[in-house]
Design a protein around this ligand. Structure first.
Ligand SMILES: Cc1cc2nc3c(=O)[nH]c(=O)nc-3n(C[C@H](O)[C@H](O)[C@H](O)COP(=O)(O)OP(=O)(O)OC[C@H]3O[C@@H](n4cnc5c(N)ncnc54)[C@H](O)[C@@H]3O)c2cc1C
Length: 459
């Protein structure tokens, strides 16, 4: 059978480009996305010609070849596609996404904060890309009129023992080229009047908030116009690294180079390529509270505690949202599945057992003071403890002011299985003809445009 395929974009393909003809039995195709055209034998068909009744074996005959395939249409997959198209304008790129639209997981469920880059120690990848990523994301928002607001952030020590960490953060800021000012408690209170810092605090003027869903949607439409193809509702289920193909629930696609940007499933995908064997994700669920609107005046920007830099999470904090409300942001409790957003939905038993097993190992070994982290975060699951953590920052917040919000996010946290430790920095591993983004945790949304260039490397 001679196979053909056709290049083009959603916008520039014309119906006349395709011949309509009776459906041959050997044709493999699906009709989920109008951009997807599958051509078999020596004829070409348009999607409307193609019967949905084709059986699976025929569907699996689908063969397409791309210079680059990206798995995952979250912010990392989209910015990687953007960088690739910028570097190689004539390359043909396919993004494969298991959901019906982009950004349904971490990229559309985050806090929408553009971090300044003050937390990350010298030499880390996060330190290298966060501040510049913040600038590039702001420029993108400005160019495309995406809602974004430069509200700033304060970091509040509440006891003397917090002060050495405050100094470390100031040193990071200097090293990372991040603007930050150490202010007196009185000066901090001029910025955030309801806070009660211990003697001093840090003000970061370059922390902003952004509509992350709007960023994802805009990027997707720009990429489509540039000729990047998207396949939605197709999950990559297997791969052959040597023959350079991936198999989805519907078809098989060949690539020159593959980028694994599958977020919470990046470790699973990497293993299909024999990469990332020493890693496994453990999912942590973040449940958001909100201030009742009549209390919104208590917070003007972002109010953070001094973080415990041994842990990957920043602690309970306050953040104004782009819609004008104030979120009290979130706990990080172990989740029963990588997409287990709601208590009795999407629980994956095998994953829950694996996560439980890994968590138990971390708990027993107590590396990185893991027990303390678990005790603190699980305790915050109760509203009264959560309130206590919130009141450390804004003492006049009462139980009355807090509402449980329906916003939930899952932070997939990479565990280095051999060391029994959390990986705190981004992890990018390379296979033959493939690149795997294994730990795109916060602030990966902020960093994404700059990080994507690092992910490409010399590809
Ligand atoms: C609660 C929370 C708050 C956060 N707050 C911030 C913040 O304020 N600022 C900030 O900078 N960062 C923040 N982050 C981090 C940031 O959101 C993430 O780092 C970033 O969105 C990760 O993007 P991603 O593209 O790697 O993952 P995702 O957005 O999860 O995208 C991965 C995509 O891959 C798809 N996929 C997975 N497996 C397959 C498969 N086999 N086949 C096909 N498709 C597949 C998924 O469906 C998904 O759409 C936060 C994260 C969370 C969870």
């Amino acid at each position: 059978m001679q196979l053909k395929w056709c290049r083009g974009t959603e916008s520039n393909r014309r119906h006349e480009d395709f011949q309509s003809t009776a459906l041959p039995t050997e044709l493999a195709a699906h009709t989920l996305n109008p951009v997807t055209l599958y051509l078999a034998s020596d004829k070409v068909f348009r999607p409307s010609d193609i019967s949905k009744s084709l059986d699976t074996r025929e569907l699996l005959m689908t063969i397409m070849t791309y210079d680059f395939i990206i798995v995952g249409a979250g912010i990392i997959g989209l910015t990687v596609a953007n960088s690739l198209k910028h570097r190689n304008p004539s390359s043909n790129i396919l993004v494969i996404e298991k959901e019906p639209t982009p950004g349904l997981h971490a990229s559309g469920r985050n806090s929408g904060i553009l971090h300044s880059g003050i937390y990350y120690g010298p030499g880390t990848l996060k330190a290298k890309v966060c501040a510049r990523g913040n600038e590039r994301m702001l420029a993108f928002a400005k160019e495309h009129k995406i809602p974004c607001n430069n509200v700033g952030k304060v970091i509040i020590p509440v006891e003397e023992s917090d002060l050495p960490t405050l100094d470390k953060l100031m040193a990071n800021a200097k090293h990372n080229g991040v603007r930050a000012e150490k202010l007196t408690a009185t000066e901090i209170k001029e910025i955030e009047p309801y806070c009660d810092p211990y003697e001093v605090g840090i003000y970061c003027p370059d922390t902003s908030i952004i509509d992350s869903k709007a960023v994802v949607a805009k990027l997707r439409s720009i990429l489509s116009l540039k000729g990047v193809e998207f396949l939605f509702n197709q999950k990559v289920v297997s791969a052959n690294a040597a023959e350079k193909w991936v198999q989805t629930t519907i078809g098989r696609y060949h690539f020159g180079h593959l980028f694994n940007c599958a977020g919470a499933y990046a470790d699973v995908l990497a293993k299909m390529f024999g990469v990332g064997k020493g890693y496994r994700f453990v999912p942590f669920k973040g449940i958001y509270f909100k201030l009742k609107p009549e209390f919104n005046n208590m917070v003007r920007g972002n109010i953070y505690p001094v973080p415990d830099i041994r842990f990957p999470f920043l602690g309970v904090h306050f953040s104004v949202s782009i819609g004008g409300g104030v979120y009290v942001v979130p706990t990080a409790i172990p989740a029963f599945g990588r997409e287990n957003y709601f208590p009795f939905k999407d629980i994956n038993l095998a994953e829950a057992i694996w996560s439980g097993f890994n968590l138990a190992k971390l708990y027993i070994s107590d590396r990185h003071n893991f027990r303390e982290l678990v005790h603190r975060e699980v305790a915050n699951y109760s509203k009264s403890n959560f309130l206590k953590a919130a009141r450390i920052l804004v003492p006049s917040v009462t139980a009355d002011a807090l509402l449980r919000s329906d916003k939930v996010g899952i932070r997939p946290q990479l565990v280095n299985i051999r060391k029994g430790e959390f990986e705190l920095d981004y992890v990018v591993e390379r296979g033959k003809n493939s690149t795997h983004v294994l730990n795109a945790i916060s602030p990966a949304f902020t960093s994404s445009f700059e990080f994507a260039d690092k992910v490409l490397g010399t590809t």
